[in-house]
Write a protein that binds this ligand. Structure first.
Ligand code: FES
Length: 594
């Protein structure tokens, strides 16, 4: 908009020209992309805006002005010429510049009026979540990272949004966001942006069209023993009373319960019944705890209540025929559960215990009675519960590594569910070990048993195919390039596993391989379970590598096989992210103009 200048303000200004001769639009150099100066017909006002549409960069001097509204002609985004504010949320507010008149000469001050880069990008990130617009999310994740904003701040915005704006609670989007937050240090620099962007896109999709949650309050003036709160919480979940459970949870938070105490409260209720919702519920509990690790426990009262409707409404696997017939797996566990307190209390006498191969073979076998007996015997002979939970998650990874592609495609998800459930029990056991959670370990073992026919026949591990391995390149870069090409083609499951095994067996640094697998995940339009597989696999690999490197390598074989089984996709998300990057670099996307 126009103002009258004093002499001292002219320094650094860009001269546009005499007022009288000014056309309806003039372009001058300045700013990052040139400045479009508009003098709408029939108006004395003059306006200056960035000559680049904030949506995809169309030159705005080619737009049209009517009633003070500038319309970009590529996707028809509209802007208030005076303020630069957009009426179309898929675009963004356009930068405006001050117009100055002195002695009837028009000048523009090329210094942007808006200098709140981080605050603006954060606000636009929230807009992108509310409107579920991928490009807005990609552009503003990029803007925040380039401005040096910490990833934790981005995770906080996404986490708080997802927990608040979905009445039915935590879902896959928040799990993906957290999983991607966990793996950020393992990814290449460009893929860190992609990881955050993927997480936010899925959070936004989960909340789109959903009613928001209306948060409850903690009990007033409460000073209730933690043990009573835990009892109440489990009672309310037992009768599927989400609101009652939420008030108890909020009271525990208000009373200063530690992160471990909160994890124990939630995990206890989530293991009072078997394998809730195909394993997802306990995984969500674990991921919510991990999200607080990433963004700070001060957000507990916002994040954790999103779990109570999920835990309360979950399908309990004892309600499923597969858990009751032909073998009643619930009844089979009763003897161990009847003495689970003493089992837990007396376990751990041998802190160096490692699961022998025979135990892993039993866990993958077809005798549920033998599986339960083997677990109980391990605990009774000194195995720490956390070592037992680790043995089970490793066995579940082997299930994926041995998954035969003659199964139904959807069966990938069945073995994945058991793996991620057991990863959750293991991570929770590391965080907040308890007798109640130990039941979850047994439940996971029963799910592993139920999956046994998905390894019939078992796919051979790469290490059992030496001739095929010998035919592959030996150099690290060659192997990674080969892996990249391999996942450009459908169903290259065995080759992906072989390349991964060969890379690791030759002693190459696993970190570039993990980063490459992360890239192969993030270049696709990933489905929920692929993110879970990668994140849990990387966590288990890192845990096993120092003590059991061959086992650690088999875990990454499982990851590579799973990703190969789900690639390639149409890569629409990658296209959007690339567009955001090109715009951030100032590239012209609309080359045909001018
Ligand atoms: S609306 Fe302007 S580039 Fe799309």
């Amino acid at each position: 908009m126009t103002s009258v200048a004093t002499a001292s303000t002219l320094e650094g200004l860009v001269q546009v020209g005499p007022r009288d001769g000014l056309g309806e639009v003039t372009v001058v150099s300045g700013g990052r992309h040139g400045i479009a100066v508009f003098k709408p017909a029939g108006s004395d006002e003059i306006y200056a805006v960035d000559n680049r549409c904030p949506h995809l960069g169309f030159p705005l001097h080619r737009g049209s002005v009517c009633d003070g509204i500038l319309t970009c002609h590529w996707h028809h985004a509209r802007f208030d010429l005076r303020s630069g504010g957009t009426f179309d949320q898929f675009a963004d507010d356009v930068q405006t510049y001050e117009v100055i008149v002195r002695d009837d000469i028009i000048y523009v001050d090329p210094r942007p009026r808006r200098n709140d880069r981080v605050e603006h990008a954060q606000a636009r990130l929230r807009d992108g979540l509310e409107q579920s617009i991928s490009l807005v999310l990609a552009k503003n994740v990029l803007a925040l990272l380039e401005a040096g904003a910490p990833a934790a701040g981005i995770l906080e915005i996404g986490g708080r949004f997802g927990a608040r704006y979905r009445e039915s609670g935590w879902r896959s989007g928040l799990t993906i966001l957290t999983a991607m937050g966990n793996v950020l240090p393992s990814l290449g620099p460009d893929d860190r942006m992609l990881a955050l962007y993927h997480g936010l896109v899925h959070v936004a999709r989960d909340s789109a069209g959903q009613p928001p949650r209306h948060p409850l309050d903690p009990l007033p003036n409460a000073a209730i023993p933690a043990s009573r709160l835990k009892t109440w919480f489990r009672q309310f979940i037992e009768v599927r009373d989400s609101d009652g459970a939420e008030r108890v949870l909020l009271t525990a938070i208000e009373q200063g319960a530690s992160p471990a105490d909160l994890a124990d409260l939630l995990a206890s209720a989530a293991t009072d019944h078997a394998f809730l919702d195909g394993g997802h519920t306990l995984d969500f509990v674990n991921k919510a705890c991990e999200l607080l690790d990433l963004i700070g426990c001060r957000h507990a009262a916002t994040i954790l209540p999103s779990l109570t409707p999920v835990i309360a409404r979950s399908t309990r696997s004892e309600e499923l025929n597969s858990w009751r017939r032909p073998v009643d797996l619930v009844a089979l566990l009763d003897p161990a559960f009847n003495r689970v307190d003493s089992l837990f209390a007396n376990a751990g006498g041998n802190p160096d215990w490692r699961a022998p191969d025979e135990l892993v073979a039993t866990l993958l076998g077809d005798d549920p009675t033998a599986i339960v007996a083997a677990l109980t015997a391990a605990l009774e002979t000194g195995a720490p519960p956390v070592a037992v939970s680790q043995a089970l998650v490793y066995a579940a990874a082997l299930r994926v590594a041995h998954f035969h592609t003659s199964n139904e495609f959807s069966d990938w998800i069945t073995v994945l569910h058991t793996f991620t459930y057991l990863n959750a029990t293991h991570q929770l056991m590391r965080r907040a070990p308890s007798a109640e959670l130990l039941r979850g370990v047994y439940h996971g073992a029963m799910s592993l048993y139920l999956d046994r026919f998905l390894n019939v026949p078992p796919a051979r591990l790469p290490e059992q195919r030496q001739a095929a391995l010998d035919a592959l390149p030996a150099g690290a870069d060659d192997l990674l390039a080969h892996l990249d090409d391999t996942l450009d083609r459908e169903q290259q499951v065995e080759l992906a596993g072989q390349l991964t095994w060969r890379y690791l067996a030759l002693g190459h640094d696993p970190n570039p391989l993990i980063a490459a697998l992360g890239h192969l995940l993030l270049r696709e339009d990933g489905e929920f379970h692929s993110y879970q597989m990668f994140e849990a696999g990387v966590a288990l690999h890192r845990e096993l590598a120092p003590v059991a490197p061959e086992r650690a390598n088999r875990v990454l074989v499982a990851v590579a096989r799973y990703l190969a089984g789900h690639a390639p996709t149409s890569r629409a998300m990658l296209q959007t992210a690339r567009t955001a990057r090109r715009l951030a670099r100032g590239e012209d996307l609309f080359d045909a103009i001018d």
